[in-house]
Design a binder for this molecule. Structure first.
Ligand code: PMP
Length: 471
């Protein structure tokens, strides 16, 4: 029964999640990821540790979902938020601009040497992708000779770009799409991801693998009609579905060449892999390519405020500037002043403390340590990553690369085991697109200021979790 509104009291007391009584109307009002499970209630944090109401100190080896990249409870970021709160918390970006929006946007464009020359700031990664899709379409409608037939997108298999209808329809996460499939865009098709562990033949060189993937993209352009494609969309380092898969050398240069030849835009989704996660501010810097449109989110605000952004290449900006001069898209909370103030301070800290150098150094150390400690485990099929973004893919049979059955929910069990009191480590679980074809994986994505001692603890605890679940 719904309590009468007058009887609902706002309380400052500790909240009783009451999850042991799941299903009971008195249990948590929050829609938890799994309706009938108890998940830890985090009541405090410091640096790279989370504290739960039942006294656990959990090492946050993933910054949540690869978000909290400077650790928790940072006094400088808190002060920057309060300082902005004292001035103006929010005003509508269609009517006004504010210093934090300007500062953050300038920082982002300058970080690309001006190659990306304008920024559209939103509140999440999904919103950034939605904006990218619409921006790509608008670009073709405003060319001096409009190309209105361009309505298609080519994305990749095993990709994830977010969960609203446009973003979900762009990605190819089989399980997440399943019940919405009939409602998703018919104008998106998918080519193979660059996923050497399962995609590259043993006898194949990197160069011939890349040539094969570029040919597949070319064939897809031809199949759908090259002049009907708005853009090709890919994660620079694949994250949520495949788990930290860096591209093989030359892959993105070859893919961009196909796009450019057909006049389509080249969109890189760096929501997870960007803003320093892989050791350079933009993951594409390591690929020798520049996107026409780029999305960022997680490492931008480090979790202090919900924020994401679309970075818009000069080529696209020039067309819009000579066209309508406006983006046919807006959101109430775009360019939120508090979110931008927090993100700007996060970025200042990353620069002043030279955290990207630490990402590269500690990332190499994490990769080597994982390889040494877990490389020979019979169920660890692949260890891959870049910077402080690493994943372990698990297999039932190492020779045959045979995954565990999807219903065994191995990755979820590893994650749930990690937060038990014997282990106290957070791990990101995943299993390809949950269609049973790829192995389960876990991702490690520690904060950029992680120390060598913390990496040692992460590897120790990860090994302990794996041994507890798999032997
Ligand atoms: N794109 C990629 C590559 C992502 O990893 C994610 C989130 N995991 C998203 C888009 C969606 O971002 P958000 O959850 O902030 O909406």
């Amino acid at each position: 029964t719904i309590p009468a509104l007058s009887k609902i009291k706002v309380t400052t007391d500790e909240v009783d999640l009451g999850q042991d009584n799941a299903g009971d109307s008195q249990s948590s009002a929050v829609l938890l990821p799994q309706l009938h499970t108890k998940i830890p209630n985090v009541v405090n944090s410091k640096g790279n540790y989370l504290y739960t109401d039942d006294g656990l100190e959990i090492l946050d080896a993933t910054g949540g979902a690869a978000v909290a990249c400077i650790g928790h409870n940072n006094p400088r970021v808190k002060a920057a938020i309060v300082d902005q709160l004292d001035k103006i918390e929010y005003c509508y970006s269609q009517f006004f601009t504010t210093p934090p929006v300007e500062k953050l946007s300038r920082y982002l464009t300058e970080s690309t040497g001006g190659l990306m020359s304008r920024v559209f700031i939103v509140s999440s990664g999904t919103e950034a992708i939605e904006a990218a899709i619409k921006m790509a379409r608008q670009y073709f409608t405003e060319l001096p000779e409009p190309q209105l037939q361009r309505i298609r997108f080519i994305a990749r298999k095993q990709s994830y770009h977010g969960n609203t209808m446009g973003a979900l329809g762009t990605g190819s996460h089989v399980a997440r799409r399943a019940i919405y499939e009939p409602m998703l865009s018919p104008h998106v098709s998918h080519v193979s991801a660059c996923y050497p562990y399962r995609g590259k033949n043993d006898s194949e060189s990197d160069a011939s693998y890349v040539a094969r993937l570029a040919q597949e993209l070319e064939d897809e352009f031809q199949r759908v009609g090259p002049d009907t494609v708005c853009a090709f969309v890919a994660e620079t380092v694949a994250g949520a579905t495949l788990g930290a898969v860096p591209p093989v050398p030359g892959y993105f240069a070859a893919m961009k060449e196909v796009c450019t030849r057909h006049g389509a835009l080249f969109i890189l989704d760096e929501v997870m892999s960007g803003m320093g996660r892989t050791g350079t501010l933009h993951a594409w810097e390591q690929e020798g390519v520049t996107p026409d449109l780029q999305t960022v989110a997680k490492g931008l605000g480090a979790g202090y405020m919900p924020i994401g952004a679309l970075l818009i290449g000069k080529k696209v900006v020039d067309v819009l500037d000579h066209g309508s001069g406006a983006f046919v898209h807006s959101q109430t909370y775009q360019g939120h002043a508090l979110a931008c103030a927090a993100a700007y301070e996060v970025q200042a800290i990353m620069q002043e403390e030279d955290l990207l150098a630490n990402v590269r150094e500690m990332g190499d150390y994490l990769g080597i340590s994982l390889q040494q400690r877990l490389g020979s485990h019979p169920n660890v099929g692949d260890i891959r990553g870049r910077g402080l973004f690493w994943a372990l893919e698990f297999v039932k049979d190492k020779e045959k690369k045979e995954p565990f059955p999807a219903k065994s929910q191995l990755a979820k069990r590893l994650q749930a085991t990690g937060v038990q009191k014997e282990f106290c480590i957070s791990l990101i679980p995943g299993n390809g697109t949950a269609d049973g074809k790829d192995g389960d994986h876990i991702i490690l994505a520690p904060a950029y200021n992680t120390t060598r001692a913390e990496i040692d603890t992460i590897v120790d605890r990860t090994e302990k979790v794996i041994k507890a679940v798999l032997g």
